[in-house]
Design a protein around this ligand. Structure first.
Ligand code: THU
Length: 132
C-alpha cells in the first residue's frame, strides 16, 4: 500500500501555488496539487497569455508535470482559488484528467467553502477514441 499525503498538506501546497500564478489578465489565481497513487505530489498554477485562449489551467499544469516524470495513476487533486466558494476544474481540464481515469478524488478549496467530488461525478461521459 502506498502512503497517502495528508489532505491538509495537499491543501497547503495548492494554496502556496497562488503565489506562482501568472494571471495578469483575469487576476484570478488558481493553484493545484495532484497526488499520485505512489504518494508523490505535483503542483501547478494557471499561466495566462496575451493571446487569452492559450492560457494553461493550474490542473493541467500539475498533470503535465506528473506525466512528464512518469506518473499515470492519480489519487487526489486539490484546486485552490481565492474566492469564497470552492471551484471545480473547468470542462477542458476534466476531460484531460479523465484520460488517466475517473476515480480521482477532486477537492475544491475556497476561502469559505470546501467541496469534494469524484472526477466521475464531474464528467460522467468521457470522450474516448473508438475504432468503429
Ligand atoms: N483556471 C484554472 O486555472 N483552472 C480552472 O479549472 C478554471 C480556470 C484559470 C484560467 C484563467 O487563468 C483563470 O483561471 C480565469 O479563467
Amino acid at each position: 500500500m502506498s502512503s497517502h499525503v495528508p489532505l491538509r498538506r495537499l491543501k497547503e501546497l495548492a494554496r502556496a501555488m497562488w503565489r506562482r500564478s501568472y494571471a495578469p489578465y483575469s487576476r484570478y489565481r488558481v493553484g493545484a496539487a495532484l497526488e499520485t497513487e505512489s504518494g508523490a505530489v505535483f503542483t501547478g498554477c494557471n499561466v495566462e497569455n496575451a493571446s487569452y485562449g492559450l492560457t494553461i489551467c493550474a490542473e493541467r499544469g500539475a498533470l503535465a508535470a506528473a506525466v512528464a516524470q512518469g506518473h499515470r495513476s492519480f489519487r487526489r487533486l486539490v484546486v485552490a482559488t481565492e474566492g469564497d466558494q470552492a471551484v471545480a476544474p473547468c470542462g477542458a481540464c476534466r476531460q484531460v484528467l479523465a484520460e488517466f481515469g475517473t476515480r480521482l478524488e477532486v477537492h475544491g478549496i475556497g476561502t469559505k467553502e470546501n467541496r469534494r467530488w469524484t472526477l466521475q461525478e464531474l464528467i460522467p461521459e468521457v470522450f474516448v477514441l473508438t475504432d468503429d
